[in-house]
Design a protein around this ligand. Sequence first.
Ligand code: EPU
Length: 347
Amino acid sequence: MRLGGPARYVIEIEKPDDIPKAYNFAHKNNLPVFILGYGANTIGHDEGFEGVIIINRMCGIELLSEGVAALEGDPKMFCEAKILGREKSRQDPLHIKIMGGEYWDNVVAFACERGLTGIEALSKIPGLAGAAPVQNIGAYGQEIADTLVEIEVYDTATNTFKTLQKSDLHFSYRKSLLNTTEKGRYFVISITLALKKGQMPRPFYNSIERYIAENNCTDFTPQGIREIVSKIRADKLPDPLTTPSAGSFFKNIYLNDEEARLAEQKGYPVYRGHDGNKINSGWLIEQAGFKGALLHGIRVNDKAALVLINESAKSYQDLASARSEIVNKVYDKFGYRLEQEPEEITT
Ligand code: EPU
């Protein structure tokens, strides 16, 4: 959002051994630590951060042994698998290991170029691979929890390197162990995903189907879906490199069955998906009259009201004022309390 003050220290991690050193430094100096990814979904406070920001700079994508067979018939993949000296087996998905500092969209490009399905709908999400499991990134019907196998971490509670399995991570909508009960405890070194040769099952997410119908698209391979998603996003979402924004500023509202029934009685649009009953917060904000509005220098995006853009705000306080206005009006009108999606840099 291009807001917030400076950090006292920034340490960039280039190899696993740097991690305990960084934490020891913070510990010795009695300073708090904040692990920053790409910063695309993170907001700083005006007073800055009197502590140590740690950034993962370890990059790389590696094909692992399992399921090289998914590649049969794909000379490019087959060669890479052979170079790695792997056996060919028929059924299993292919595992890829990605260092946490790798830019997430490079991972999606890598998979799509090789015809691997599982993360193509997560194209163009800004951020680093290591941050992807923290908030369980999701878009257009996929989330990283669907394909994640395990992550390698540094555990600051025990000062040890560990592997956590998917089941350890307690994934739900935009949540995991890493941003809830054990927030700040683990530094993500790498993530391993299981991907398959193939295509996403149909029907696709609403907005993808709509785009396909309007543009007569016929390529539904991972690469084809990647192109569609990239276009949908480019039409609607600001590019965080040129326009200060944190993507969706609020989470959608998830309702239990009884709440969903009541909402429908009131005429609110409730989507019943495999992940639960949801009301789009973008719709609530639009109905509350904020779409396109400028509040304290913060622009409510006129294409997707869930997205806030810093147009001329001078401080975190301006953003907080804009946020309160939106949250309060939506609450007064609908009785739902919007929850912020991006993380804040706090001790
Ligand atoms: N809608 C409105 N008005 C708006 C925006 C949305 O009425 O201003 C309604 C429309 O009915 C629309 C529906 O909401 O069809 C869904 O909108 P969209 O597909 O754009 O998705 P979203 O719920 O606004 C979520 C994620 C996005 C993700 C998209 C696509 C959250 C908080 N946001 O947005 O993620 O890209 O779905 O799957 O879950 C992000 O987290 O930063 C992010 C961009």
